[in-house]
Design a binder for this molecule. Structure first.
Ligand code: S0N
Length: 277
């Protein structure tokens, strides 16, 4: 299935498109296997925020540009080690940052479905990025892995605890402690990805999944996403879920009666509404 992509905005490190109901965000640093620097992450955050605000958009596809001139593909190889300073990844003005954590939270909490389309390497923070997406479609050349204990870093947040929820404690510990690489079929077997398709079919499959999701009820999908998150995300997860309960209450006549009564300076008439069993 094809989409008629229109460019939304031009950035330095990413590409951003929309088609009917779908946004597509592309990491565009193939010469670095799509490693992210702070600027890349700020741009990703901006594009994801735009997609979140756009009422026509229900699904976001996140993918990596490729292949590079050497013929190799990457979804993302994590933090750009060439700008890693002593206290984080240095931005253009010399401020150390780990702003990918803000992006992880946005992807996870935004009430739209985010699908990672992974071709080639999803390594380090790049593997965590696909992990925090709602769904992952892998190309048959996808390779997943962690490098933290090899390169002097670790992600003790979603990158480890949520990974363990997804693939189980034993497998998550293996992934981080041994720093091996896993192919697409292995990732499918461990439940890290939803499906594996030939590389030539990767985007079409993503558009097909997005199109099917767009036929569904936006509020049902929104509440389900926050319900899945609430199981793992503690009070922040409950806040998200409860925010949806409040949204639904605002949409009722009963909720509106309280506001109207206040504005009309009269007592609210809640007696007209049933105490449902
Ligand atoms: C992806 C790998 C396996 C690909 O290997 P391959 O195909 O042999 O290609 P290379 O020749 O290695 O690479 C091609 C060119 O791309 C550059 N490059 C690749 N990855 C990076 C990178 N991450 N940073 C900078 N440059 C990169 C290569 O240098 C090469 O360039 P040239 O041609 O000029 O030599 C392989 O490349 C690989 O293993 N890459 C490194 C993967 C890695 O260790 N990533 C970092 C892991 N850490 C994080 O991602 C941290 C994430 C994070 O931000 C975080 C989040 C939460 C909590 C903590 C942290 C934290 O900071 O730790």
């Amino acid at each position: 299935m094809q989409a008629d992509w229109q460019t939304v905005k031009s950035y330095d490190d990413i590409l951003y498109f929309k088609a009917d109901g779908i946004a597509k965000i592309v990491l565009n640093r193939p010469h670095k296997r799509n490693a992210f620097r702070p600027k890349t992450v700020f741009e990703l955050y901006d594009a994801f925020s735009n997609a979140r605000e756009d009422r026509r958009i229900g699904v976001v596809l996140l993918t990596g540009a490729g292949p590079h001139t050497d013929g190799k593909y990457a979804f993302c190889s994590g933090g750009d080690q060439t700008v890693r300073g002593s206290a984080g990844y240095m931005d253009d003005s010399g401020v150390p940052r780990l702003n990918v954590l803000d992006l992880q939270r946005l992807i996870r909490s935004m009430p739209k479905v985010v699908i990672a389309l992974v071709a080639g390497y999803a390594i380090g923070g790049g593997q965590v990025l696909h992990l925090v997406c709602d769904l992952t479609i892998a190309a048959d050349n996808a390779i997943f892995g962690q490098t933290g204990p090899k390169v002097g870093s670790f992600d003790g947040g979603f990158g480890s605890s949520y990974l363990a929820r997804v693939v189980g404690q034993k497998k998550a510990r293996e992934i981080w402690f041994l720093c091996r690489q896993y192919d697409a079929q292995q990732a499918l077997t461990m439940g890290l990805v939803n499906t594996v398709v030939p590389i030539a079919q990767l985007e079409a499959e993503g558009v097909q999944w997005a199109t099917e999701i767009l036929q569904k009820s936006p509020i049902a999908i929104r509440c389900l996403k926050s319900a899945f998150n609430a199981d793992c995300d503690g009070q922040a997860g409950l806040q998200e879920l409860a925010g949806n309960a409040t949204l639904l209450y605002y949409l009722t006549e009963e909720g509106t009666e309280g506001k109207q009564a206040f504005l009309e300076k009269r007592p609210p008439n809640f007696r007209q509404y049933p105490w449902l069993p």
